[in-house]
Ligand binder design. Structure first.
Ligand code: IPT
Length: 951
C-alpha cells in the first residue's frame, strides 16, 4: 500500500551505469513509463564509483542523485538495489577493483570487508535517503545484498549489519533481499513460517528466470509452463503467496530476457522473442494471478557493458533481449507491455487479489485463473492453455460466478486461444461511471472524456469479441465506426456488444442511467498505436513521451518514425495542442476525437560519413630496449587471490599492483642457459581473455582462453618455445601482454571474484616440463596511475595498460599528424587506428549510430583479431572477430557528438599472421526518429595533457 492505497508494483530494471550518457537516462525512463511500467528498479555498481579505497565519485555519468530525480520527474516509483554485491554480469559482480586485494572473505561479517562496504553504503544510502517517498521522492523499496545463498552465522551477522546500516543511514522504507529462487532464504523474522532461514528484512523477495531458452540455432524453446509461485502452487511452508505468506508476494527479478556470451551465435534477438510477446502475457500473467503484486522484470533496458564493465560471462552488449533494445528501440514486446501495464493502471482493483473460486473453460486445453479483489469483488480472469505452454488452437466458453451473476460466456461465438498465448480479462469492475460485467476483449485504457467515459478494448485480429455492460434501462447504442451489434437484456440490465476485432470499431452508448461511453474496440495492432498519458488518449506516433496540460494547452512530446497522422481524445477544455513544442491544428471527427489537419512529420534520412584511418604500432614494450625503469617491480605484494600458485613464484597478479581492469604488461629479465628451451605461463584473463609473448623483441606466440561456453574458462596455461638466441648466456627479456576480460562474479559467495588476473606463474623449462630455478625478474605496468585515475570522468572501467592508452592515443584531441595512412599488413601486437569525422544530424531527431565491423551477417570472421573501440576517448566495447558474436556496437549520443566533430580510435590486437587484420569498419544507423530528448555531450578530458599525471 502506498499512502493507504493498494498498488501493483509493475517494475522493470535499468542500469544507469550501462548508459554513460545521463541525458539519455530520461529517454529510457520515459520509454519504460510509456511501456506501462509504474516503477523502475535500479542497481548501483559500487566499483563504478570507487577506483581506490576511500575514493568515490558521484558526478557526471556517476550522478545517481540525478537518475533518481529524473525517475521521479517521469512519474516512476523506484526500487533501489545498492549491493554491496549486485552480480549483474559485472566484473567482480560490482565490487570495486581494490576489494580483490582484501583477504577477508567478502559477503561475510569479516570486519575489513564490512568496513569497506560501509564506505560505499554511507555514500549511496545518503543519496537514496533523500529520494525516499516519505522524504518527497519516489523510492519505495530498497534491497540489501543480492541472492546471498549462503546462510551461515557469519552471513547472518553480515545481513544484520546491512539492515542496521541502512536504517542508520536514514533509509526508512521497507528493506528486502532477493532470494535466488523461492528457497526461503532471509525471510523476515515477522513471518512465522517454519523451514525457512530468517533474516533482517521487512519483505521477502525472490528471483525467477523460468520459461525455456534459445537453442544454439537461435530458436526459442517452450519447454516449461509458467510456474505457480503463489496461490495456485503447492501448499506447505513455501506455498501461499510466497515463502513468506505474511508479506506481499514479491518477484525482485523475473526474467524478461537473458544475457549472451562470447562465442555464441548471437542470442539477443532470440531472447527478445523467447521472453517476448505472448511469454509476457502467459508468464507475467501467471505471476499476477498467483498474487505476486510486486513484480520487476530484469531487464527493461539492458544497455551496454562498456569499457571493462563486463563480467567474463558476457560481451559488450547487454541488450538482454529486453523490451527496449540496446539501441533504445521499443521492441514489439514493449508494445504488448504497454497494453498489459495499461490494464493494471486502469483497474486498480488488480492489486491485492485473492483466489475467487472456479472459472471453468469448456475446453480441457484451457485453464482460467480467477481472482477477486477482497474489497470491491472485481475479478481478474487470466485465460491460458493448460499447461500454459500449450500451443493448440482452442475454442471454448467460460462459466463462472461473477459479481454481476453467473455467466457462461461468450454467449455468441466461442472464445479462441490460438497458440502460446494468454488473455488478461477483467469482470465486475467499475471503470469511470461504467459497470463492466465482463469482456472477452482486453482492457487497455480508460479515461474521462467530455461528458462521459472512454474505454479502449482490444483482441487478436480476426477473433470476435463480446463485452457486457450493466444499465438500469435500455441505453441508446450507436456504431460510429466499424462493425458491432448489441442486444439489451432488460431482465438483467445487460447490454451485450458483439464485434469482430478487425482494425477498429467505435461505439457510442448513451442513456440507460449512466454517463455516456465511447468504446474503442480494436484489434491488437490497432490497440498498440494508442498511448494513454496525462489527460489524453493519443493514437498515431511511434512513442508518446508525455502529455502535460497547462492552462488550455495540452503539450505532447514524442517520436515519429515516419509521417504519422495524429488523433486524440482529451477534455474539450484543452483547446490547443502542441507536439514537441509546435502547435497542431486540429479538427473534430465524427467519433468524438480530434485529428491533426496535417500529419506529424517524420525524420529526415541520416547520412553518415565513410571512415578513413591513420595508424601507428602500439606495442613498443615488446622491444628489449624499451625503457621500463618507471614500472613497478613485481614482487613483495601480499597475495589475496583464491588461485593457487606454485611455490617460489613472486606475486605476479596484476591486482596486487593496483591494476584491476583491462590490459597489463610484464617484462621479465633472465640469464640464458642452453637447457632452458621453453617458457611455461599460467594466467588469469576472464572470458576469451588472452596473452601475447615476445622474447628479446621476437614474437613467440599468443594464447587465448576458449570461448563458446555460457560459463567461460577464465584461467589457462600456455607454453612457448624460446628462440634459439635466448639460450645464449647473458640477459634476455620476456615481454608479456595479458588481456584481462573481467574478474569473475561472486554469485556463490566463495570469493570467486578474487581469482587471479594477469600472470600467475612463469617458469623456464627444459623439454618435458623440467623447470629450472632460473629466476625471472619481473616488472609490471597496467593502467597509468593504477588506482589513481588519470581520467576520473571516464572512470575506472575506461582504460587498461596498453601503451596507447597510457599515452592518451584514444583521446579525441590526440595529435596523430605523424601517424601513417592505415597499414594493410599487420605486426603481432597492438596496432592503433584513428579516424576523425563530423556528424550533422538533423535537429530534433534522435538516431542511434553504431560502429560495425566487417560482414555483419555472420557472427564471426575468419580473420583472428580483436579491437577495443574508443569513441571520443570512451571505450565503448570490444570486438573479437573470430569469437563473436557482436559486430555492431551502438554508441549513445552524448558519447558520440551528433552535431559536430568526433574521433574513433581502435586498438587492434593481432598475432600478425597474414589476414589477421582489421576488416572494413563503418558507421551504421540502427534507428532514426523525429523527437527524442535533448542530449548534451558528456564532459571529459579531450587531450593527453589534460589527464592527471602519474606521481
Ligand atoms: C540474477 C542476479 O541477481 C542478477 O544480478 C543477474 O545476474 C541475473 O540473475 C542474470 O542476468 S542471478 C540468478 C539467475 C541465479
Amino acid at each position: 500500500m502506498i499512502d493507504g492505497k493498494r498498488q501493483v508494483i509493475w517494475s522493470a530494471e535499468f542500469h544507469p551505469f550501462r548508459l554513460p550518457s545521463p541525458d539519455l537516462w530520461r529517454d529510457v525512463l520515459q520509454k519504460l513509463k510509456a511501456s506501462g511500467f509504474n516503477t523502475v528498479a535500479l542497481y548501483f555498481d559500487w566499483g563504478y564509483h570507487s577506483p581506490k579505497q576511500d575514493v568515490y565519485d558521484f558526478t557526471g555519468i556517476r550522478d545517481m542523485d540525478r537518475v533518481l530525480t529524473m525517475a521521479q520527474e517521469e512519474g516512476l516509483y523506484v526500487i533501489t538495489r545498492a549491493g554491496p554485491y549486485v552480480n549483474a554480469e559485472l566484473s567482480r559482480g560490482g565490487f570495486p577493483g581494490w576489494l580483490v586485494n582484501q583477504r577477508g572473505r567478502a559477503r561475510t561479517d569479516d570486519p575489513a570487508y564490512m568496513a569497506a562496504a560501509d564506505e560505499w553504503l554511507t555514500r549511496i544510502d545518503a543519496i537514496i535517503a533523500r529520494h525516499q517517498i516519505n522524504n518527497g521522492g519516489s523510492v519505495i523499496l530498497h534491497q540489501i545484498e543480492n541472492e546471498l545463498a549462503l546462510t551461515t552465522p557469519a552471513q547472518r551477522r553480515y545481513m544484520n549489519h546491512l539492515y542496521a546500516k541502512a536504517r542508520a543511514d536514514g533509509l526508512t522504507i521497507p528493506l528486502f533481499h532477493n532470494d535466488q529462487g523461492r528457497n526461503g532464504y532471509w525471510v523476515p523474522e515477522s513471518s512465522k513460517v517454519a523451514n525457512v532461514v530468517h533474516g533482517p528484512n521487512d519483505l521477502y523477495a525472490f528471483d525467477g528466470y523460468p520459461g525455456g531458452t534459445c537453442t544454439v540455432q537461435g530458436k526459442p524453446t517452450r519447454g516449461s509452463a509458467a510456474p505457480d509461485w503463489g496461490y495456485y502452487g503447492p501448499g506447505g511452508a513455501k506455498g501461499g503467496a510466497s515463502a513468506s505468506p505474511d508479506t506481499p508476494a514479491f518477484l525482485a527479478e523475473f526474467g524478461g530476457g537473458w544475457f549472451d556470451y562470447w562465442g555464441s551465435n548471437g542470442g539477443y534477438e532470440c531472447n527478445a522473442i523467447q521472453r517476448g510477446k505472448r511469454f509476457q502475457r502467459v508468464f507475467y500473467g501467471t505471476n499476477l494471478a498467483n498474487g505476486i503484486d510486486i513484480h520487476s522484470v530484469y531487464m527493461g533496458y539492458g544497455g551496454t557493458s562498456w569499457g571493462w564493465l563486463p563480467a567474463p560471462v558476457v560481451f559488450t552488449s547487454y541488450d538482454y533481449g529486453s523490451a527496449i533494445s540496446e539501441a533504445r528501440e521499443l521492441r514489439p514486446k514493449a508494445e504488448e507491455m504497454k497494453q498489459l501495464g495499461g490494464l493494471i493502471a486502469t483497474v486498480p482493483d488488480l492489486a491485492g487479489m485473492v483466489p475467487a473460486g472456479a472459472a471453468v473453460a469448456s475446453s480441457p486445453n484451457v485453464q482460467v485463473y480467477h481472482d477477486r479483489n477482497p474489497e470491491s469483488d472485481a475479478r481478474f480472469l487470466m485465460v491460458t492453455h493448460k499447461p500454459s505452454n500449450g500451443t493448440t488452437d482452442d475454442r471454448f466458453t467460460i462459466t463462472a460466478d461473477l459479481p454481476d451473476g453467473r455467466y457462461t460466456f461468450p454467449a455468441t461465438e466461442p472464445m479462441r486461444l490460438n497458440g502460446f498465448d494468454a488473455k488478461w480479462l477483467v469482470a465486475g469492475v467499475n471503470v469511470g461511471g461504467q459497470r463492466l460485467v465482463y469482456s472477452t476483449s482486453e482492457l487497455q485504457a480508460a479515461l474521462a472524456a467530455d461528458g462521459g467515459d472512454l474505454m479502449l478494448l482490444y483482441g487478436r485480429a480476426g477473433e470476435s469479441g463480446e463485452t457486457v455492460l450493466r444499465y438500469t434501462s435500455a441505453p441508446q447504442v450507436r456504431v460510429l465506426d466499424g462493425q458491432a451489434t448489441s442486444l439489451f437484456d432488460a431482465a438483467k440490465g445487460d447490454l451485450r456488444l458483439t464485434y469482430p476485432h478487425a482494425g477498429r470499431a467505435v461505439v457510442r452508448i448513451e442513456g440507460g442511467g449512466r454517463t455516456p461511453l465511447t468504446l474503442v474496440l480494436a484489434d491488437e495492432a490497432e490497440g498498440a498505436r494508442y498511448w494513454r498519458q496525462g489527460p489524453a488518449l493519443v493514437r498515431g506516433p511511434a512513442l508518446l513521451r508525455s502529455a502535460v496540460a497547462k492552462g488550455g494547452t495540452l503539450a505532447l512530446t514524442g517520436d515519429t518514425r515516419e509521417e504519422t497522422p495524429l488523433e486524440l481524445w482529451t477534455p474539450a477544455a484543452l483547446r490547443s495542442v502542441t507536439w514537441n513544442g509546435a502547435s497542431v491544428a486540429l479538427k473534430p471527427t465524427a467519433i468524438g476525437s480530434r485529428v491533426a489537419t496535417r500529419p506529424l512529420a517524420g525524420p529526415a534520412p541520416v547520412t553518415l560519413p565513410a571512415l578513413t584511418w591513420r595508424s601507428a604500432y602500439g606495442s613498443p614494450e615488446a622491444q628489449p630496449g624499451f625503457d621500463d625503469s618507471r614500472w613497478q617491480v613485481a614482487e613483495g605484494k601480499p597475495y589475496a587471490s583464491i588461485t593457487a600458485r606454485p611455490d617460489g613464484q613472486p606475486n605476479l597478479s596484476m591486482d596486487a599492483y593496483g591494476f584491476h581492469d583491462g590490459d597489463v604488461w610484464y617484462r621479465g629479465r633472465f640469464t640464458g642457459t642452453p637447457d632452458a628451451k621453453q617458457l611455461a605461463l599460467f594466467y588469469g584473463a576472464g572470458g576469451s581473455g588472452m596473452l601475447q609473448v615476445w622474447v628479446d623483441g621476437q614474437f613467440v606466440g599468443q594464447n587465448e582462453l576458449p570461448a563458446g561456453l555460457p560459463r567461460p574458462i577464465t584461467t589457462g596455461g600456455a607454453r612457448f618455445d624460446l628462440p634459439a638466441g635466448a639460450q645464449a648466456s647473458g640477459e634476455h627479456v620476456i615481454s608479456v601482454m595479458v588481456r584481462n576480460n573481467g574478474h569473475n562474479w561472486d554469485l556463490d559467495s566463495d570469493d570467486f571474484h578474487k581469482e587471479a588476473r594477469g600472470l600467475i606463474s612463469a617458469s623456464l623449462e627444459a623439454p618435458g616440463g623440467r623447470s629450472f630455478a632460473i629466476p625471472i625478474a619481473w616488472k609490471i605496468q597496467g593502467k597509468a596511475g593504477g588506482e589513481d585515475l588519470p581520467d576520473p570522468a571516464r572512470g575506472p572501467a575506461n582504460t587498461g595498460g596498453q601503451y596507447g592508452e597510457r599515452m592518451g592515443w584514444h583521446l579525441p584531441g590526440f595529435d596523430d599528424a605523424k601517424w601513417q595512412a592505415a597499414a594493410t599488413t599487420v605486426q603481432p601486437g597492438t596496432t592503433w587506428y584513428r579516424s576523425r569525422f563530423t556528424l550533422a544530424m538533423p535537429k530534433g531527431q534522435d538516431a542511434t549510430v553504431a560502429v560495425a565491423f566487417g560482414d555483419t551477417a555472420s557472427p564471426r570472421s575468419v580473420a583472428k583479431y580483436r579491437a577495443s573501440i574508443f569513441v571520443n576517448g570512451w571505450n565503448m566495447g570490444q570486438f573479437i572477430a573470430h569469437v563473436g558474436p557482436q559486430r555492431v556496437f551502438p554508441i549513445p549520443e552524448g558519447i558520440l557528438n551528433h552535431r559536430g566533430p568526433n574521433s574513433i580510435a581502435l586498438a587492434v590486437i593481432s598475432d600478425g599472421a597474414p589476414g589477421d587484420v582489421l576488416e572494413p569498419v563503418k558507421l551504421v544507423t540502427l534507428r532514426n526518429v523525429r523527437g527524442g530528448v535533448s542530449v548534451s555531450p558528456v564532459a571529459a578530458p579531450t587531450r593527453p595533457d589534460q589527464l592527471i599525471q602519474e606521481k
